[in-house]
Design a binder for this molecule. Structure first.
Ligand code: ATP
Length: 269
């Protein structure tokens, strides 16, 4: 897992249990990805065999990457993640080759979800300042999306914070034609995100996740902000555990082995 897997097929270890809030996004991704992967024959019978591509948009840190991974793992599909700027930063001509290789890998690993992060960097609205090589890259990408006989078994999910900055050609039918907004969580959404984030964390009985999530001090927190809050609480609890493992200035490692329960007892103090 420590190996860098950018651009290669993996099976993500994220499940929907790790995702809080975002029920509508989940339901939409179920229909466009999971159900399609399970029953492609139904779509063929309806005369529309190709899956729709999805563009997730919204403020940073609200779960776009997370839901794309959860949708892939729920479907038992492979997952390839690529960041727009990484494809762009190749040498002239190399980016187009990288796009081809990416789709070759996806076809070899199908059913496969290809996740394009920072889509706006990859396919910016075409204007006078675009150079020829980025134009060629965009054309290559669009051609791969359309595919020779469609794109059976390859599911595209893009993500951006700036949907207005994306070349509209990308959003045409058959490409990323389904736009899904991934919003900042409402107060009760924050509670469900905190629950997902702490589902494997031992908590002291007095830790009231609902009260923390609803607290106005957390207003406008993204999922990433809530993850940082949980991390800070865990760090503080572990610090207490480590301090407690020092007896008369001598460190007692055996005390650390009792960590989950002692972390639980110290969290809320
Ligand atoms: P960016 O636009 O910056 O790429 P993003 O929308 O893709 O952000 P993620 O990378 O999915 O955001 O989220 C960052 C981290 O924040 C996640 O790894 C997770 O810890 C936490 N997080 C965000 N949203 C949620 C959520 N809805 N449920 C649980 N955790 C969340």
């Amino acid at each position: 897992p420590s190996i860098r897997r950018e651009g290669f097929a993996t099976t993500p270890d994220v499940t929907w249990a790790d995702v809080g809030s975002l029920h509508e996004v989940r339901a939409e991704l179920f229909m466009s990805t999971t159900f399609h992967i399970a029953h492609p024959e139904l779509y063929t019978a309806m005369g529309v065999p190709n899956p729709s591509g999805v563009l997730l948009y919204g403020p940073p840190g609200c779960g776009k990457t997370l839901v794309a991974k959860a949708a892939a793992s729920e479907s038992g599909a492979n997952f390839i993640s690529i960041k727009g700027p990484e494809l762009l930063n190749k040498f002239v001509g190399e980016s187009e080759k990288a796009v081809r290789t990416l789709f070759e890998r996806a076809r070899a690993a199908k059913p496969c979800v290809v996740f394009f992060d920072e889509m706006d960097a990859l396919v910016p609205r075409r204007g006078s300042d675009n150079n020829q090589s980025s134009e060629r890259l965009v054309n290559q990408l669009l051609a791969e999306m359309d595919g020779v006989d469609g794109r059976q078994g390859v599911y595209l999910i893009g993500a951006t914070n700036r949907p207005d900055m994306i070349d509209p050609a990308l959003l045409r039918p058959g490409r990323l034609d389904k736009l899904l907004y991934v919003p900042l969580p409402p107060p009760e959404g924050r509670v469900s995100i905190l629950q997902a984030l702490t589902r494997k964390t031992p908590l002291a009985p007095e830790v009231d996740i609902a009260a923390i999530g609803l607290d106005t001090r957390c207003s406008r927190f993204s999922g990433a902000d809530l993850a940082a809050l949980v991390k800070a609480a865990v760090d503080a609890a572990l610090k207490e555990v480590v301090n407690a493992a020092f007896k008369d200035g001598v460190f007692d490692p055996a005390a650390l082995l009792r960590l989950p329960s002692s972390a639980g007892q110290t969290t809320g103090q």
